[in-house]
Design a protein around this ligand. Structure first.
Ligand SMILES: [Zn+2]
Length: 275
């Protein structure tokens, strides 16, 4: 079997600095971030892994993106007020969606299952079971400073004898508390849980917060929206403002900017026609 452990500190705080999330939502989003970091480590390609919880309750959407460069970003949509912290009450009967988007390939892979279980970890375990992936167990926790998690995966080709090993590993890991996950150094957690086991430790990797939005991408989006649409917003509000939901950056365009966006488009088109 293989195991992963993740501690997100600055990466998680970078998400929290950009939006004020209610407490209950913060826990869910932090746990989903830890889960995405854990899962992304098992995917061998250049591109990104996107996990979404699409809710039908007051929480409408939780989304976390993790790239093969170990950068992450996350955001959420919800309706106030959020009463209580019960997972099912917050998300209702939603869907768990996993998207794998390799950079090279044009096609993305997307798996969708109904939301099951009493928390983010159980919902993801249900996804893994339903989509016939490796048997996976998760332990997740998040507070205002840290998001952390552990994952165990049973490797293919396990024989009957390994069944005991798997059960023992799950049993040992069950004893980890949220507080230990959040506060203790990785090596100490591993020692506490598995000091009698034969384990092999691999090099750790560093995760960081990064949003892939840019003025150039927003310009492309405005071009897709079309000149008429953009000009009508300009007329109404005096400027066009686009807000990135992930990093909360504001992109502003005035009439002169807008003229340039569409003038550049005409030049590009003319060039293409000439070729
Ligand atoms: Zn952004």
């Amino acid at each position: 079997m293989r195991g992963e452990i993740v501690h997100l500190d600055a990466t998680w705080r970078a998400v929290l600095e950009r939006h004020a999330y209610p407490l209950a939502l913060r826990t869910l989003l932090g746990e989903l971030m830890a889960a995405a970091a854990l899962l992304s480590s098992t995917i061998k390609f250049t591109g990104s892994l996107i996990m979404q919880i699409q809710g039908s309750g007051p929480v409408k959407l939780l989304v976390v993106e993790c790239t093969s460069e170990q950068t992450m970003r996350a955001t959420a949509k919800w309706d106030e007020p959020l009463a209580g912290a019960d997972f099912r009450a917050l998300v209702g009967n939603g869907r768990f969606v996993m998207t794998i988007a390799p950079e090279e390939a044009k096609q993305t892979y997307q798996g969708v299952v109904s939301l099951e279980g009493a928390d983010v970890a159980r919902a993801l375990e249900h996804y893994m079971t339903t989509s016939e992936q490796l048997e996976t167990r998760l332990w997740l926790a998040a507070d205002a400073e840290h998001a952390a998690g552990m994952m165990l995966q049973r490797m293919p080709g396990s024989s009957g004898g390994d069944c005991d090993t798997w059960s023992r590993a799950v049993h040992l890991t069950q004893t980890v508390t949220a507080n230990e996950l959040l506060k203790l150094p990785t090596r100490e957690i591993i020692h506490r849980l598995y000091h009698q086991e034969d384990i092999r430790l691999f090099e750790s990797r560093v995760m960081s917060f990064r949003c892939s939005c840019s003025r150039e991408r927003v310009v492309n989006m405005l071009r897709l929206l079309g000149r008429d649409e953009v000009m009508s917003v300009l007329e109404e509000r005096g400027e066009v403002e686009v807000n990135c939901e992930f990093c909360n950056r504001h992109y502003r365009f005035d009439a002169v900017d807008a003229e340039q966006i569409f003038a550049a488009e005409v030049v590009t088109r003319a060039r293409k026609t000439r070729h």
